[in-house]
Design a binder for this molecule. Structure first.
Ligand code: G3P
Ligand code: CA
Length: 300
């Protein structure tokens, strides 16, 4: 009887061990194919479309508050040009409204929805704290330290602000809240090194790799270097498509692979639609996760 029980437990254990790891879905700037990026509406929709993580790109206001916005300037996704016409910085004859030149109170006056569709008029730029409150318990958070070197010149340490905000919400340690895992991503190796070695963060880190820096990072030696401060890599999808062996090289080192960005508005030429494209990356190339503007198209 005991032998039978032991056998059953063993077989069950083997079956469990043989299960492939779950492929992770990251809602890129929220469900940004359907609602204005980095708004409560896009985050909420990402949750409803069953994303495992909701992504936040981070910027810093003049008064030192982390906000969720992709660009370092406000003009593409808000009406800053109309609300603050005289507050632009002119560079080479072009006007820019930098996030860091505006206080949080000023940024909260901006409409971050109308540029996408009139029905989202009045949507606001969320703070990172508000994003945490909205997403917590429903999905993971996937913050990106954006342009930390630029903010460093203005006297801000984005990584410290990020860890302080996570600490305030008791999310600064791995598995602090099982329903709300945290992964930090950056194109800046210096930013990830600072998190790992200066701030001693144990949270998972992913090094983003853009077209042009593949020779530095996406070779067996480059990946070994990345492994010193990152748990995974996030290359553009075109880099994986050009050299699918990157996935195997990364996996051999224990690095995860999470390419960006899959969107129905820009599907690779050889695919019928974004779902087919995501399927190829997940199940043929073998990536672990991906960023998409269209979470509802993620093949399960
Ligand atoms: O962070 C992954 C992907 O979002 C990187 O591109 O420019 O959309 O932040 P970007
Ligand atoms: Ca991003």
């Amino acid at each position: 009887m005991l032998r039978l029980l032991t056998c059953t437990v063993l077989v069950a254990g083997l079956a469990l061990a043989a299960q492939p790891a779950k492929k992770m879905l990251i809602a890129h700037r929220g469900a940004s194919g359907y609602a204005p990026e980095h708004t409560f509406a896009s985050y909420q929709l990402g949750i409803e479309q069953k994303a495992d993580f909701i992504e936040q790109d981070l910027q810093i206001t003049k008064d030192g508050v982390l906000v969720c916005l992709h660009d370092i300037t406000l003009e593409r996704t808000t009406d800053v040009e109309e609300v603050f016409p005289d507050r632009a910085t002119v560079e080479n004859g072009v006007k820019h409204w930098y996030v860091a030149d505006f206080t949080l109170a000023e940024i909260k006056r901006l409409d971050a929805g109308s540029w996408f569709n009139a029905k989202f008029k009045g949507a606001r730029v969320p703070t990172f704290a508000e994003a945490i409150q909205l997403v917590r318990g429903k999905a993971g958070l996937y913050p990106e330290t954006k342009e930390p070197e630029v903010y460093g010149k203005r006297g801000f340490e984005m990584e410290k602000l990020l860890m302080a905000e996570l600490k305030k919400h008791k999310l600064d340690a791995p598995n602090a809240d099982r329903k709300t895992p945290i992964i930090i991503q950056s194109f800046s190796p210096a930013s990830l090194r600072k998190l790992a070695f200066e701030l001693n963060s144990k949270l998972t880190r992913v090094l983003l790799v853009h077209d042009g820096s593949e020779k530095q990072w996406l070779t067996p030696d480059g990946l070994k270097e990345a492994k010193k401060f990152a748990d995974g890599i996030g290359p553009s999808k075109t880099l994986i498509e050009a050299e699918p062996k990157i996935v195997q090289w990364a996996h051999e080192l224990g690095l995860t692979v999470t390419p960006y960005t899959f969107r129905s508005a820009a599907v690779g030429k050889k695919y019928k639609d974004v779902r087919e494209e995501m399927r190829q990356f997940l199940f043929t190339y073998g990536v672990d996760a991906l960023f998409t503007d269209n979470p509802d198209q993620f093949p399960r």
